[in-house]
Design a protein around this ligand. Structure first.
Ligand code: AP5
Length: 222
């Protein structure tokens, strides 16, 4: 496929559009999408011990401890499909300790995408967000409404998607973002995430295709 072996990290505040862009990126580049938040919600749904512990932190908008998150992400990255197709890591690392832990296991990204969105827009996006439990697709009651009545009727809301909770999640993000960014400065691409999802994707798409061209050129395949 086009993106073969590409290693991508995508980061940004809560509701900056990480999941939405990951849907568009995986459709075109066929990378393995690994979302830390989705892995944690799967643990909660499975009723595991780590899921129970994680939920306490998620309800407070705080980072789930490294003992849980690092192993979970490392295990998913270690599956054969991730090495074969390449990966798109969403919502990880959120601290310098998470970043260095992953490096120690030998996982190093080619590019670090940062979605930048002003805070007032973020609250609006969180409150209107809905999820389709059947397809896993992300909707917004205003900006990306469901296509049919049938889909509309089955949409669900995340337990941490209230105005109060998103403010806590934002605080956590603001406390940690600089320390993570400073570790990836040389490969960071900052993207204006306040534009339409198509326009945001156009910027990411061109950054990824440039990267593929560079990689091919350095392999003598250009
Ligand atoms: P996580 O699930 O990762 O949540 P988050 O970071 O708060 O990000 P979101 O999933 O809320 O937003 P998104 O950026 O994916 O936006 P989306 O595309 O859906 O984490 C949840 C919790 O788990 C954390 O609080 C923490 O406790 C824990 N956790 C996770 N990772 C961890 C880690 N590494 N370490 C420790 N703890 C961790 O878009 C949002 C809405 O906006 C949607 O409705 C969408 O339709 C709409 N939208 C998107 N793009 C646009 C656009 N361009 N224009 C208009 N609307 C748009």
């Amino acid at each position: 496929s086009m993106g073969k072996g590409l290693k991508v990290m995508i980061s940004g505040a809560p509701a900056s559009g990480k999941g939405t862009q990951c849907e568009l990126i995986t459709t075109k580049y066929d990378l393995v999408h690994i979302a830390a938040g989705d892995l944690l919600r799967a643990e909660i749904a499975a009723g595991s011990q780590s899921g129970k512990q994680a939920k306490e932190y998620m309800e407070k908008g705080q980072l789930v401890p490294d003992e849980i998150v690092v192993t979970m992400v490392k295990n998913r990255l270690s599956q054969p499909d991730s090495a074969e197709k390449g990966w798109l890591l969403d919502g990880y690392p959120r601290s310098s300790s998470q970043a260095t832990a992953l490096q120690a296991y030998g996982f190093k990204p080619d590019i670090f995408i940062l979605l930048e969105v002003p805070q007032d827009i973020l609250v609006d996006r969180v409150v209107g967000r809905r999820l389709d439990p059947v397809t896993g697709r992300i909707y917004h009651m205003t900006y990306s409404p469901p296509e049919t009545e049938e889909i509309a009727a089955r949409l669900t809301q995340r337990f941490d998607d209230t105005e109060e909770k998103v403010k806590l999640r934002l605080q956590t993000h603001n406390q940690n973002v600089e320390s993570v960014l400073s570790l990836f400065e040389d490969i960071t691409v900052k993207v204006d995430g306040s534009l339409s999802k198509e326009d945001v994707f156009a910027t990411i798409d061109s950054a990824l295709s440039d990267l593929i061209k560079q990689k091919n050129a350095s392999l003598g395949m250009a």
